[in-house]
Every structure is written in C-alpha cells, then in structure tokens.
Design a protein around this ligand. Sequence first.
Ligand SMILES: [Zn+2]
Length: 147
Amino acid sequence: MLGGLAKWLRAAGYDAYYAREGTDLSDRTLTAKALRERRVLLTSDGGFLERKPVRDGSVGFLKVPHLPLEDQLRLVVEHFGLVRRQSRCMECNGKLNIVPREAVAGRVPPGVLQDHEHFFLCQDCGRVFWHGSHWQRISDRLERVFV
Ligand SMILES: [Zn+2]
C-alpha cells in the first residue's frame, strides 16, 4: 500500500525496500527481514504489532495512515527526524553514481546529453537520470517536505 511512499523515500536518499502486493511475504517474513537488515517497518495496517520484535521494540515501526503522498512523507520525515540525502534510484532502490555525459552517450536524447554535464546512473538497474524538469518537480516537492 505504501509503494509511492517508498519511491519518495528513495528520492530523499533512503534505502527503502518495498514488498510489492502479490509478492507473498508474510508479516513474519517481513519482520524477520527488518530485524536482520536493521530496517524500520512502515505499514498501513496494524498486523505487525502482533509480532514480537515489533512489540518489544527490536524493530522500529510506524503505522502510516491513508493520506495524500506528500503528507505521508512529511509524517515519516518528522517522526524519524530525517534529513535529505543523495538520492537513490526511485525505481529499484539502487545507489546512483554520478557519471560524465560521455558515459551515457546514445542512451539519452541528444538534446538532453548536450544540456547536462553530469548524469546519474543506477548501479543496480542501469537506469540513467538527470536533473531536468522532471527531477525539478521531484526536488521541489522534497524541498517542501524537508524544510
Ligand atoms: Zn535502479
């Protein structure tokens, strides 16, 4: 239910794993993963509260209500006192490496290549990003939340 929130946390630079709907991960499995990987559980349902590591505080937990995305993000940012970091890949959560334009020639439109000196290459999925108008809208939204 919180896939949108996960993407925005990645844009803000946080390692956000998202259990897609349909992937058959039980609350128990996810709680164990969170404990093992020192993750905090963000969920829109309260089922996790029955799991021992959540009850005893070994795993951080926050129930995020159904709100517009920006309000959800603000809630998480304020609750955990997050600061904005170097963005991760919004699609796959991979780290982004800054690369010169030569590294992505042929992979982005020629005009875009000409307009930007540096690009961001996801080290996991290989997607290329740049600070164009789409990124500016994302960044403006993050600016509003990370005041
Ligand atoms: Zn990626």
